[in-house]
Design a protein around this ligand. Structure first.
Ligand code: FES
Length: 145
């Protein structure tokens, strides 16, 4: 049912954790299942994502897609990171079962929410970036989960 790459990223997820003093933090909720994803970005002065971490209350597919998504945005510029769509992440994982496609949206939206937070804090505009509809960062900021 799951590809080898999905199983690898699920059993050995990359970039799990959090970043102190992150440049951008985004938290999103999955409208379909209620699961939650938070992404931390460390962006340098050249607008390159130097480090990225994630934490989730999500299923295995959410863990695997977030792990792969963090690998794909690391070292990219904030503008390139916007091109890391859930489709690109699923392709990199050799696909997901159709019922699990909504899980992969958590990673994409959490990255967008973190980019949005970075852009807002730095007063810049990232063309093509909108605040994700499932962005719950404002409600989650003070809460630990
Ligand atoms: Fe909720 Fe997969 S079932 S993220």
């Amino acid at each position: 049912m799951y590809s080898e790459k999905v199983m690898d990223h699920f059993t050995n997820p990359r970039n799990v954790g959090e970043l102190e003093n992150a440049s951008g933090v985004g938290t999103v909720g999955n409208a379909k299942c209620g699961d939650i994803m938070r992404i931390y970005l460390d962006v340098d002065d050249n607008q390159i994502i130097r480090d990225v971490k994630f934490k989730t209350f999500g299923c295995g597919a959410a863990v695997a897609t977030s792990s792969m998504a963090t690998e794909l945005v690391k070292g990219k510029t904030i503008y390139e990171a916007l091109q890391v769509t859930n489709k690109a992440v699923m392709e990199a994982l050799d696909g997901l079962p159709p019922v699990k496609v909504h899980c992969s949206l958590l990673a994409e939206e959490a990255i967008h929410a973190a980019l949005w937070d970075y852009a807002t804090k730095n007063n810049i505009e990232i063309p093509g970036l909108d605040k994700p509809v499932n962005d719950i960062s404002e409600h989650e900021e003070e809460e630990e989960y």
